[in-house]
Design a protein around this ligand. Structure first.
Ligand code: ADP
Length: 159
């Protein structure tokens, strides 16, 4: 059985993330979306909130599981018997950082390899940070996130 992990902050999940989840879930038996529990990044949403949004937007994908992790990604991968890490590449700017992380992970744990999916053109500019920036100025988010996520962002800003 092939198991892959798609790790990230997902603060919050965007349509760009959803596109990568959908496409990579077709390539493996089981895709685990790993939500990084990293307090140093000061996320807008708690891990539970981020997982809740991910569960909602992936509810029609039966082979996708949502889990959280902290510590080293390769340790989480080994624990879950996953030998593939999925990452999305938007632009050249992502490449240098992603290559460094992938090579580091491979040198720590050679049995876990990273595959990169190039972003769909519609989402190549999209990031969770841009979504939060637009939300903070009251802009519309419907072309960037799912309706459920948009509601959660709006209620967060209202608080
Ligand atoms: P991280 O903090 O690990 O970068 P993110 O949640 O920002 O976590 O991103 C998780 C993964 O999703 C990364 O591989 C990132 O390159 C990818 N990604 C983010 N936005 C998009 C997008 N619009 N299209 C495709 N991939 C994306």
């Amino acid at each position: 059985m092939s198991t892959a992990i798609y790790p990230g902050s997902f603060d919050p999940v965007t349509l760009g993330h959803q596109d990568i989840i959908y496409r990579s879930s077709k390539m493996v038996d089981c895709l685990i979306v790993g939500v990084l529990n990293n307090s140093s990044k000061k996320p807008l949403f708690t891990v539970e909130e981020r997982m809740d949004m991910l569960r909602e937007v992936t509810k029609d994908l039966p082979n996708v599981l949502i889990e959280s992790f902290d510590g080293l990604l390769v340790d989480f991968a080994k624990q879950r018997k996953a030998n593939i890490i999925v990452r999305g590449l938007r632009a050249i700017a992502d490449f240098e950082y992603e290559l460094q992380i992938a090579q580091t992970n491979r040198s720590i744990c050679p049995e876990v390899d990273t595959i990169f999916l190039s972003t769909s053109l519609d989402y190549s500019f999209l990031s969770s940070s841009i979504v939060k920036e637009i939300a903070c100025y009251g802009g519309r988010l419907d072309q960037f996130v799912a309706p459920y996520v948009e509601k959660k962002i709006q209620s967060k800003w209202r608080k």
